[in-house]
Write a protein that binds this ligand. Sequence first.
Ligand code: NAD
Length: 499
Amino acid sequence: MQELSHFINGARVPGTSGRFADVFNPATGEVQARVPLAGRDEMDSAIAAAAEAQVKWGATNPQRRARVMMNVVALLNRDMDKLAEALSREHGKTLPDAKGDVQRGLEVIEFCIGAPHLLKGEYTDGAGPGIDMYSMRQALGVVAGITPFNFPAMIPLWKMGPALACGNAFILKPSERAPSVPLMLAEIFKEAGLPDGVLQVVNGDKDAVDSILENETVQAVGFVGSTPIAQYIYAKGCENGKRVQCFGGAKNHMIVMPDADMDQAANALVGAGYGAAGERCMAISVAVPVGEETADRLIEALVPRIEKLKVGPYTAGDDIDYGPVVTAAAKQNIHRLVQSGIDAGAELVVDGRDFSLQGYEDGFFVGPHLFDRVTPDMEIYRKEIFGPVLSTVRAGSYEEALGLAMDHEYGNGTAIFTRDGDAARDFASRINIGMVGINVPIPVPLAYHTFGGWKKSGFGDLNQHGPDSFRFYTRTKTVTARWPSGIKDGGEFNFKAMD
Ligand code: NAD
């Protein structure tokens, strides 16, 4: 069995704590590798080495740092297939989806090539008599990122790209469930010219995370994962005086208005609800048709599409719609929640409970489920299921549909499907959710905008990637300068003879 490592000071190094976690191939259910779980000593020494390496990297001019990012883009493109295969093997998502995972991270590295421009400060000429004022953005020093299993390439790249382009050293603590791609990314950055020690990948679990949160050298922590852990890290990081941004779970609603193009809405819902087995923080997990007739038409359009979904391993080819979920525990949790929906009286219109794939009986596959007549008090409505389970909540009016999404504790993404510009505009303006799609089911902003949810989906005041990421990974220093009058006053104009 393969034994994975950390990546410290420019090389793969074995773990020394003696603790490991199993890494599964979710399609077969087999343990394919084990990953070391760092202890405090390993984390502290990786951070100390990063602090030393950061001094020179932070003093490297931003254009040179940007050139490393240019090389990273080229190498990510070169290694796209290799990265996608490693990603699918540990995560289970299809190969085209795995390439999308790498691609959406790569685009943030492309954005980071603009570092010289993004790091330009502000200047006021003549703020007072003989006084100028200027602000500069400086690196924080050593910063850290703690990332989830579901985007093993994209989210680490969202964090390491801007942090490094700003001149910081970066400690990545990836998910212990999908650690191979982050290690490959570290090798790519090294090949691209990043000095050793500036990017350290330290694998681990809660111990490693707590070591980051308690280490005084670490200036900022960016987290993506489930909401309870986001809240824990936000509270603990802030208590220890760090700058912290934490992005959590989601329950994304898609409102379907009576005038929506029903084929378009149903196609969008199937892709956004079941793609990546529903293991996306921007997955649509709640469909909200407005009016009974809309609801009936929507269910009628959805059922045949869902029944046709092809579920299988990534190795079965590109026409697979989605793969297994990440672990046996995730599968059990989804089945438990489905049962709670049935017990609470929701109508299970498509039942995926008996799904089984010949030859892959031990894989963590979950068949697609569709619930109708879900109500807001049900556990399947309140909780993030993170699986291929779509719930339908019938709303009597637009206001009721809007209110449902507004009242939910999560606020990551949402969408409205309609032909009515006024309804769409009203929705985008009033909704208390961070990312909104209008006839777009998964409105993930592009690299040069920012990504972040509201309410219990996001903690902290700056979003990921885009201009916010350059603000998060730098601090502002403002200089007020006055120079005393120089030789232009009282200068000597006569040619003097030497005494
Ligand atoms: P998770 O919270 O279990 O793990 C995320 C990270 O936290 C991992 O690196 C893990 O090792 C660490 N961690 C886990 N338990 C910990 C503990 N007790 N103390 C300290 N650290 C701990 O999340 P996951 O299952 O890997 O990812 C799925 C979740 O992430 C979903 O809730 C999903 O919605 C969310 N997510 C959110 C976004 C977003 O941008 N809002 C993006 C992707 C995923």
